[in-house]
Design a binder for this molecule. Structure first.
Ligand code: NAD
Ligand code: UDP
Length: 313
């Protein structure tokens, strides 16, 4: 069984590769290292079951594979808004190229979609049947609309070519291996606190997210890939936390002496996000188990180590 993992040098992709290699599967990692890091996959480069290809998925590629885990796309708002036209291209052309590859190989393909497709939701929590409230004119639209067209392309490949698709709508995953300069809230807050800097809350911090620890997400992605269900499925945590409460929690855990400061809320920042996980529970028998306290502990330890290493260099 040959697995292609696009975005395999990134945060989520690298954990999927660990899991597949531990199961003795063959893995091809396809990545252009735009937000991924060689450190995330370095331990596998000499493994006979592992192959690394440096490639931009915007361009087509020919490979013999059996399964595709399609994750290549920057996930942090800072990264995906830096070159928004490229973000749209990654989601349209990149997903199109991977669906073509799946079609030619008669391979199953799992697409990493996002809670972002719900936009700034009017329905709470968000079930897969909710169509979302998103804008085409917005700083986030390259990613939101990108993920939406990726889902639509998958739907049409399934309809027209009978391509075997799986769609994971992922809600805010976190854990070790996120980039310290990623711009996402958990990595920002932890690194700020560890470096004795002010914690930067955007807006008043009343906006909410549900943070899912990486180990739980990997189990969910596996269960989805091996299920028979080809419509979108939410994967995330049910514990809703306001950003100000997250800031206070990290302050308490890392360094109680630092300050929390307030900065402008980015345009179109969604106010509330929480997955309705009924479908994941029913069809996958999956939910996330790791408490935010335990997940943060592991993530704080990781950033502590890498910031110490950076200090030495
Ligand atoms: P990440 O930025 O850590 O990883 C993305 C990987 O894709 C990186 O290794 C990057 O180098 C690679 N990549 C980007 N553009 C590429 C291209 N054109 N060609 C080849 N490789 C390319 O992000 P992540 O958090 O691991 O997210 C992985 C996937 O999951 C993304 O599709 C993201 O949209 C989706 N997702 C993530 C979250 C989350 O909370 N992390 C939430 C919802 C959806
Ligand atoms: N956020 C914040 N301070 C930061 C980074 C992010 O207050 O330093 C906020 C951001 O405005 C958003 C929430 O935290 O409301 C989650 O941001 P993230 O970029 O992690 O994920 P997303 O907005 O894509 O869900």
């Amino acid at each position: 069984m040959i697995n292609l993992v696009t975005g395999g040098a990134g945060f989520i992709g690298s954990y999927l590769i660990d899991d597949l290699i531990h199961k003795n599967e063959k893995v091809i990692c396809l990545d252009n290292f735009s937000t991924g890091r060689i450190e995330n996959i370095k331990r596998w480069v000499k493994n006979p079951n592992f192959k690394l290809i440096n490639h931009d998925i915007i361009n087509p590629i020919e490979l013999d594979i059996n399964k595709i885990w399609h994750l290549a796309c920057p996930a942090s708002p800072y990264h995906y808004q830096t070159d928004p036209i490229n973000t749209s291209k990654i989601n349209f052309l990149g997903t199109y190229n991977m669906l073509e590859l799946a079609k030619i190989n008669n391979a199953k393909i799992l697409i990493a979609s996002s809670s972002e497709i719900y936009g700034d939701p009017e329905l709470h929590p968000q079930a897969e049947t909710y169509n979302g409230s998103a804008k085409t004119f917005s700083d986030r639209a390259c990613y939101v609309e990108g993920k939406r067209i990726a889902e639509t392309l998958s739907f049409d490949f399934n309809k027209i070519h009978k391509t075997d698709i799986r769609i994971a709508r992922i809600f805010n995953a976190y854990g070790p291996r996120m980039l310290p300069n990623d711009g996402r809230v958990i990595s920002n807050f932890i690194c700020q606190a560890l470096m004795g800097k002010d914690i930067t809350v955007y807006g008043k911090g009343y906006q909410t997210r549900c943070f899912c620890f990486i180990d739980d997400l990997i189990k969910g992605l596996n269960k989805l890939m091996f299920s028979q269900y080809s419509k979108p499925v939410n994967l995330g945590s049910q514990k809703e936390l306001s950003i100000i409460d997250l800031a206070k929690l990290i302050k308490r855990k890392v360094n109680n002496k630092i300050n929390i400061i307030y900065k402008d809320l980015p345009n179109d920042d969604p106010m509330r996000r929480k997955p309705d996980l009924s479908l994941a529970k029913n069809i996958l028998n999956w939910e996330s188990y790791t408490s935010i306290e335990d997940g943060l502990e592991k993530t704080i330890n990781y950033f502590n180590e890498i910031l110490k290493k950076d200090d030495k260099n």
